[in-house]
Design a protein around this ligand. Sequence first.
Ligand code: GAR
Length: 190
Amino acid sequence: MKHIAIFASGSGSNAENIIRYFNDKKNAKVALVLSNKPDAYVIKRAEKLNVPVKVFNREDFYNSNNVLDTLISYNIDFIVLAGFLWLVPENILRHYKRRIVNIHPALLPLYGGKGMYGDRVHRAVIESGDSESGITIHYVDEKYDNGDIIFQVRCRVEPGETPESLAAKIHELEYKYYPQIIEKLILEAK
Ligand code: GAR
């Protein structure tokens, strides 16, 4: 049984979807949720589903081994970022090389980088007049939205599309594909 940790900073609807997906699997489960935001809604979601939660601050993350030690103490094999807004530090990247993935709500390398998250991304896509957007699942490295791309899928941006309607379409794609891709990567790594 492989142990997954999810890092999230916000609502955590992807985190919840991933927890539920692996609830009935024998090969892997979500063993820990970590957040840099003490009031993030993801914490309530995880607690409701009986997944342990750890909250950490900048000092823990960037100037100590606290978060890495926590991951090791929970026997974490694989890390999933789901709406997590901080860069992952070197000590964790090194320990979990090619075992940390992120999802981005656009077709990287378009609309990525610092400050590009959530509705800001959808607004930028619509303002540019693009006729399509999508999701990107990629490995995590020391830069924002930069690691090797693992998977992309596209959707139409219709005339009259709003950031809210596009966000809803993108979330549907995320819920459908992110757990499946995570499972595939974990099984391949065996
Ligand atoms: C998701 O759409 C995810 O792709 C995006 O934040 C949202 C989190 O929603 N991530 C980024 O923009 C990262 N740059 P959720 O908290 O409901 O899962």
